[in-house]
Ligand binder design. Structure first.
Ligand code: FES
Length: 168
């Protein structure tokens, strides 16, 4: 039996443990996806397959729900997930420019992760900090009154910190 904890192994006892908590009813799909997303940080193809078999629904249905809700992801997020709020308050104050800057620096699009696994980008709806608009977050850290220059310097700082850790 594989030791892999990433959600990609053929046999995944941990996923089975999650599934056991739910009746085989398709109304439980979103709750199951929530738990899998929380545990693994994304929902792998293998996990989608096991969930579809368990609930006796098609993979397309599972996939459709995952791609409909922005909180679910199909790939692992980066060590630093940069989420730019595109809610109304942030949008009118220029959050799109912040997002464009992040995409330009990291050379990836929303929903993608850099090759080194360090960064991923997410576009979110209101995160409840409209007074600080425009807002972005890096993992759990919230940055308000954001500008493209601000996000650029934060990414630079993270890269420098990571480089100095790698050199030790
Ligand atoms: S709209 Fe961005 S925090 Fe509310």
């Amino acid at each position: 039996m594989s030791e892999c904890k990433c959600g990609n192994s053929k046999e995944n006892p941990e996923l089975k443990e999650i599934l056991k908590n739910y009746e085989k009813d398709k109304s439980n799909l979103i709750q199951i996806l929530n738990q899998v997303q929380e545990k693994y940080g994304y929902i792998s193809t293998q996990a989608q397959k096991e969930i579809s078999e368990y609930l006796d629904i098609s993979m397309a249905e599972v996939y459709g729900v995952i791609t409909f809700y922005s909180r679910f992801t199909l790939k692992p997020k980066g060590k630093y997930n940069i989420a730019v709020c595109l809610g109304t308050a942030c949008f009118v104050k220029g959050s799109e420019k912040v997002l464009d800057k992040v995409k330009e620096i990291l050379k990836i699009d929303v929903g993608q992760t850099t090759e080194d696994g360090l960064f991923s980008i997410e576009a979110t709806r209101c995160v409840g900090a409209c007074g600080l608009a425009p807002v972005f977050t890096v993992n759990d850290e919230v940055y308000g009154k954001a500008t493209p220059e601000m996000v650029e310097s934060i990414i630079k700082r993270i890269k420098e910190e990571e480089n100095s850790v790698a050199q030790k």
